[in-house]
Design a protein around this ligand. Structure first.
Ligand SMILES: *Cc1c(COP(=O)(O)O)cnc(C)c1O
Length: 365
């Protein structure tokens, strides 16, 4: 068993997932009495000036970290990633009622199926026939010029692929799901109409999605769209139309402060690239373990691999668990192994996993 502070394990869960230890320590310190207010953030009125400061700082820090242009709003919403699959078409599929989707995995597929309920959703490209093991390369001409929006999932949490380019959609606004990539690498927000993602992969505990939306896309929803599902109400009310996910926003804010302390997303990206390169190199050097996706489309965050023998995979996952390397099973729809190495996974965690893989390979030749 690998020994860590507080007897913690290395948690490779895809989500909810690992948070930076120093953030957890700060949260623990704040828990009973947040900065002399005599109360925890969990108990605080969201209309108090103390809470207003928390949400304002979280937004300001996120804007600074991601260099979000002034003509974008940042919304902190409930309903998880899944609600955005519906909110996007409800708010944007309002002109030609056409939307073009690239299907690179379950999450993109679910988003597409939701959009089909509201208009003419079309699949531009899909890698479904190859178990989503690669990311299609598309050109501007592949999209309908009169579509209300185009949609992609930037990092495919389940399959372990990511877009290593941003598709050119011309004047059609590009909507992207960045749930499992938030803050893991630099990204040019101005290329997107909406960049949104659930918080529980890289940013905070579960219970929130963050939507970064260009202002001209707000206010298009028809009158019959339920109040809570209209981006405009949240934009007008500063994510405080109703009680927001107060605690999750607070923890996200602490994560943003941590990212600023270490030097911002560029520094985080370098660490992530180093961790991923090591792990992929170990997989490529092994005779037992094989990566499951096209090398050029490999995710920086979710590393998927197999032995080729389902029983051996199970044995690996079980023995790794005993060593304090937990949640290495692949998604229930694909099997094999998946190591999610989000921002908060320390390099020592990746080193420990590689060492264990080598030991396991030697013992099970
Ligand atoms: C986890 C995930 C979702 C779904 O998030 P929920 O909050 O569980 O609804 C959507 N998209 C991607 C890429 C994800 O990784």
């Amino acid at each position: 068993m690998i020994k860590q502070k507080y007897d913690r394990v290395y948690n490779f869960s895809a989500g909810p997932s690992i948070l930076p230890l120093e953030v957890l320590e700060q949260v623990k310190e704040d828990l009973l009495n947040y900065k002399g207010t005599g109360q925890s953030v969990m108990e605080m009125s969201h209309r108090s000036k103390e809470y207003q400061k928390i949400i304002d700082e979280a937004e300001a820090d996120m804007r600074e970290l991601m260099n979000i242009p002034d003509n974008y709003k940042v919304l902190f919403l409930q309903g998880g990633g899944t609600l955005q699959f519906a909110m996007v078409p409800l708010n944007l599929m309002v002109g030609s009622k056409k939307a073009d989707y690239i299907i690179t995995g379950n999450w993109a597929k679910k988003a597409y199926e939701e959009a089909e309920k509201f208009g003419d959703a079309r699949i531009v490209a899909s890698s479904k026939d190859d178990t989503y093991s690669w990311v299609p390369k598309v050109k501007k001409e592949d999209f309908r010029a009169d579509a209300d929006y185009a949609y992609i999932c930037l990092n495919n949490t389940i399959y372990g692929t990511k877009f290593n380019y941003i598709p050119d959609t011309g004047d059609v606004p590009l909507v992207a799901d960045w749930s499992s990539g938030w803050m893991s690498e630099e990204i040019d927000v101005s290329k997107f109409g909406i960049l949104w993602g659930g918080a529980q992969k890289n940013v905070a505990p579960a219970g929130m999605s963050i939507v970064v939306i260009r202002e001209d896309l707000i206010g298009k929803a028809p009158a019959n769209v339920p109040t809570y599902l209209n981006y405009k109400i949240h934009a007008d009310k500063g994510s405080m139309y109703n009680t927001p996910p107060c605690w999750t926003i607070y923890v996200a804010g602490e994560v943003f402060k941590y990212l600023k302390r270490i030097g911002g997303i560029k520094v985080m990206q370098e660490m992530n690239e180093r961790k991923a390169a090591k792990l992929y190199a170990a997989i490529d050097a092994s005779e037992m373990f094989k990566g499951t996706v096209a090398v050029e489309d490999r995710s920086l965050m979710n590393v998927t691999f197999v032995t080729g023998d389902a029983d051996l995979d199970k044995k690996f996952i079980a023995e790794a668990r005993e060593q304090g390397l937990i949640n290495l099973a692949g998604h229930r729809s694909v099997g094999g192994m998946r190591a999610s190495i989000y921002n908060a996974m320390p390099e020592e965690g990746v080193d420990a996993l590689i060492e264990f893989m080598q030991k396991f390979e030697a013992e099970n030749k």
